[in-house]
Design a protein around this ligand. Sequence first.
Ligand code: F6R
Length: 241
Amino acid sequence: MRICRATDYNDMSRKAAQIILAQIIMKPNCVLGLATGSSPIGTYEQLIEWYNKDELDFSEVTSINLDEYKGLSPEDPQSYRYFMNTHLFDHVNIDKNRTFVPDGLATDSEKSCAEYNVNILKQGGIDLQLLGIGRNGHIGFNEPGTVFKKETHCVDLTESTIEANKRFFDSEADVPRQAYSLGIKNIMQARKILVVASGEDKADALYNAIHGEITPEVPASILQLHNDVTIVADEAALKRF
Ligand code: F6R
């Protein structure tokens, strides 16, 4: 595991974007695994800035998102598809037909998850998986207690995640209780993993993930077993290191 120390959120975002830029330069037709949430927003902004300066070309890139709330349509401003469109896809020359986000409105959850898994393989697997980390150590929506060998599946969100995500909704009651998520197995199959973390509220999760026991109780701790993980975190998130 490589740990890149950043001074603050902006520095973290710039460093993470540099790693993604390098990935796209080295393999223009790469498959990026992407995340939503507040952690990668600055990274996406930096990528858009470089795209606007002609330093980046997304025309051959494929993206596969980690997760989506169950029950939300792509047009719903709280959906992760909407998030990805507004924070990245609408601003760069990525082919939207090659951007994949789990279908929040799938009527047959199991079939839709199975198809998502098949599609990852069809695209050649994920070259670089970008991850945020939850305060309880979740990655994607793989909550504490998750089975490591799981692939894309439907998850019941924990109270801690509902609490953390309610800031994006009008009220806590509006936060969906379930979501679709890549499983730990899919994440671990990515060739490279890039974790971004900012702020003191991530300090314990980050410390436990990197230095704690490898346990389903801290889903991110499984990353200790991956051979190409880079963590870009700011001083506040790294305060226990
Ligand atoms: C988002 C995702 C989540 C977040 C995590 C951290 O697609 O899969 O695991 O990365 O909840 O969220 P933020 O960045 O908002 O603190």
